[in-house]
Ligand binder design. Structure first.
Ligand SMILES: Nc1ncnc2c1ncn2[C@@H]1O[C@H](COP(=O)(O)OP(=O)(O)OP(=O)(O)O)[C@@H](O)[C@H]1O
Ligand SMILES: O=C(O)c1ccc[n+]([C@@H]2O[C@H](COP(=O)([O-])O)[C@@H](O)[C@H]2O)c1
Length: 226
């Protein structure tokens, strides 16, 4: 098949990205290269089903940090499908939305070893495997194994070990420890600019983000009642 007639190969990397860090970026880059993906779309969640009892930063902040982090890479893009749909973020819905934006494309859903281990508990997981090839990547502290998935539906990829988690980044900022070089420079500056992850809540600033965040908090309260 000639290069021009082959189907587009699209990577999809869903995540809470609170904040996005170099572990996410290295995983996406390695999978992009291993599978010759034309594009990797980062999709920040609205409300991850297993994280509903956690305090998560407003989606607009997580979305903008993801845009900043991915901007230098011409093959990386960011989608708002999960944020704009709202409610609980199920991967089956993410994949349906991306598939309708890229008709005929082959989808590759990229996930870390921790998330892959839980995949059989995800909503409509059998249909997920029909819509996308699952790519599990290594992550320090987690064993990468295929939890009994059909062989042709999943690939395991070893990526350079990045012992970074968003939880650790938030804790560091909260206790005044630097996150330089764990997250992209622009994300360090964004976190500082908007006072994210501080222990003490600062009064609302007068920046334009304030309106977005207030609107989102009220939307989130509405969604919580669903
Ligand atoms: N360091 C890493 N190496 C490889 N994959 C990772 C790494 N960090 C996160 N991932 C994967 O990226 C996806 C999105 O992760 P997520 O946004 O939840 O980050 P996280 O660091 O796990 O966050 P938190 O610590 O808040 O749970 C998941 O599939 C996760 O397994
Ligand atoms: O669809 C599900 O049931 C489901 C359950 C748990 C996690 N996910 C997805 O897995 C991706 C990684 O989630 P997270 O919280 O580890 O960043 C993200 O896109 C989630 O929406 C999806």
């Amino acid at each position: 098949m000639s290069e021009s007639s082959r189907r587009l190969r699209i990577g999809v990397m869903g995540g809470t990205f609170d904040p996005i860090h170099h572990g996410h970026l290295v995983a996406a880059s390695e999978v992009q290269n291993a599978f010759g993906l034309d594009e990797v779309i980062f999709v920040p969640t609205w409300a991850q089903p297993f994280k509903r009892d956690r305090r998560v930063s407003p989606a607009e902040h997580r979305y903008l940090m993801t845009v900043i982090a991915t901007a230098p890479n011409p093959r990386f893009t960011v989608s708002r499908v999960d944020i704009d749909r709202g409610g609980t973020t199920y991967t089956i819905d993410t994949l349906h939305d991306i598939a309708s934006e890229y008709p005929g494309a082959e989808l590759y859903f990229i996930t870390g070893a921790d998330a892959l281990a839980q995949i059989l508990t995800w909503k409509d997981n059998e249909e997920i495997f029909d819509l996308a090839h699952m790519v599990g990547v290594t992550r320090p502290g987690h064993v990468l194994s295929d939890p009994g998935l059909p062989e042709d539906k999943v690939s395991l990829v070893e990526v350079p070990a990045m012992a970074i988690s968003s939880t650790d980044c938030r804790r560091r900022v909260g206790s005044g420890v630097p996150v330089w070089y764990l997250v992209p420079d622009g994300v360090v500056q964004y976190i500082r600019k908007y006072g994210l992850y501080r222990m003490v809540h600062r009064p609302a600033s007068t920046t334009s983000m304030t309106a977005h965040v207030a609107r989102e908090q009220s939307l989130r309260e509405d969604n919580d009642g669903e």
